[in-house]
Design a protein around this ligand. Sequence first.
Ligand SMILES: Cc1cc2nc3c(=O)[nH]c(=O)nc-3n(C[C@H](O)[C@H](O)[C@H](O)COP(=O)(O)O)c2cc1C
Length: 189
Amino acid sequence: MSTYKVGYFVGSLSSTSINRQLSKALIKLAPPDLEFTEIPIGNLALYSPDFDADYPPEARAFKEAIASCDAVLFITPEYNRSIPGALKNAIDWASRPWGQNSFDHLAAAVIGASPGGIGTAVAQQSLRAVLSFCNARQMTSPEAYITMTPGLIAEDGEVSDTTTTEFLANFMKEFREHIQRVLTVLPRA
Ligand SMILES: Cc1cc2nc3c(=O)[nH]c(=O)nc-3n(C[C@H](O)[C@H](O)[C@H](O)COP(=O)(O)O)c2cc1C
């Protein structure tokens, strides 16, 4: 069976992140031909154009990790009605040096969880605007705004409720189809 390589970013640096729990649930519920690798964002310095002439090893490794994927998945919290600074910083690294934007034509999807009722909707709109400028090929539907209630997703990613299980499984099925469509017209080198 051929597989699609999906790199995923967890937008939170928290050791008790609910978005990391969500990432585990998504991996469990994804179609079997999706292969997941986390691309960590926490070891990157704050980006400056001063680095463009000579990216540090961790930033090179970060861009190489993205280059080795067929698609990327963003699982992010909402911070002050936008995305966490660590995630924006990581995207800025990947988007540069000018002309070497790692997201160009890359299939992408966005999802997030918060304890609040709108489940990261505002952060996701902010992230979509950034990814749009970065020329990523985003899945626009379905959208997924997850309100995390106590016990909904266990630490190992087990989802306790059937409706959410089905919703997340369908999100990943649609993402798989989106990846396949994008690769049909924009094959990765
Ligand atoms: C700096 C900061 C800003 C936050 N801003 C928002 C917000 O705008 N909207 C929201 O729904 N929750 C907000 N929260 C609460 C987060 O949704 C909550 O802490 C959540 O657990 C973060 O996700 P994580 O557990 O994956 O880190 C904020 C939390 C922090 C620490």
